[in-house]
Design a protein around this ligand. Structure first.
Ligand code: SAM
Length: 249
């Protein structure tokens, strides 16, 4: 069937791909990938031949040029499978403009859902998952990073960030200063891979740890929401009484 098929691929362990995604990879007329080498390798691992099907690179740098070509294929009745380098397309990865263009052109679109590092991290961190906010990568420059963190101080949800190992310690330290060092947090590293690790603690503890121990690998940082101030009825009444007394003087 013609259409755009957005495929989730593994974030580390090659077997974290759905049977449906493999079926689509086996049957699509056109294969498109952010990184054609990693898609080829993934297909090889799962015994799916590329054959004589076109394998087209589609990423942020060539998107505007390649997009019309991919959409043209769908208009011609072809099925186009797109995979980003790892995990789910559009989650801090390319694919958004491709989907928008397909929707605007009224072409059929569907997705084969699967791995997302943010979701795996939420599953393992032990922080509340009833409300969470995906904040992606913070800006690299310190000033911009601090400003972005200040914009998140009042968010009543678990915050989810992607971070590079180089900047992890600085990000945790800024997070502690701006959001509060006592906030519960977790650093999830190398998820689904051989050296998977989840380190839980307060922002202060985690900042101190990674200042001493340089982190390696791929990282998701989760920060729990600040303690909501619990105000008892007695306290409120006493405060109101005080204010009233003050007014009547
Ligand atoms: N599309 C991907 C997804 O669905 O999660 C994210 C792509 S983004 C370019 C790459 C970032 O995701 C990494 O820098 C890291 O923050 C996070 N990430 C990806 N794989 C990871 C893993 N196995 N463990 C921890 N973090 C991971």
């Amino acid at each position: 069937t013609p259409g755009l098929f957005l495929l989730a691929t593994p974030i580390g362990n090659a077997r974290d791909i759905t049977l449906r995604a493999l079926d689509i990879l086996a049957s699509a007329d056109v294969l498109a990938a952010e990184d054609t080498r990693s898609l080829r390798r993934l297909m090889e691992i799962h015994g799916i031949p590329v054959g004589d099907r076109p394998m087209i690179a589609y990423h942020d740098h060539n998107g505007s040029r390649v997009r019309p070509r991919l959409l043209g294929q769908i208009e011609d009745g072809k099925s186009v499978a797109y995979a980003s380098e790892a995990g789910t397309p559009m989650i801090s990865d390319p694919g958004f403009d491709l989907l928008r263009a397909a929707v605007e052109a009224d072409l059929p679109v569907t997705a084969a859902p699967g791995a997302v590092a943010a979701m795996d991290a939420l599953t393992l961190a032990g922080l509340p998952t009833d409300r969470f906010m995906f904040a992606g990568f913070l800006p690299n420059a310190r000033g911009a990073r601090e400003k972005a963190l200040r914009g998140l101080t009042d968010v009543q949800a678990t915050l989810v960030f992607y971070e590079s190992p180089k900047r992890l310690a600085a990000m945790l330290r800024d997070g502690a200063a701006i959001l509060g060092g006592a906030r519960p947090a977790a650093v999830c590293r190398e998820l689904t891979k051989k050296f998977e690790e989840v380190r839980r603690g307060s922002l202060d503890e985690l900042a101190a740890f990674y200042e001493e121990n340089a982190a390696k690998g791929e990282i998701v940082v989760l920060i729990g929401k600040g303690e909501a101030e619990v105000v008892s009825e007695e306290f409120m009444n006493a405060e109101i009484e005080k204010a009233l007394e003050h007014m009547s003087v």
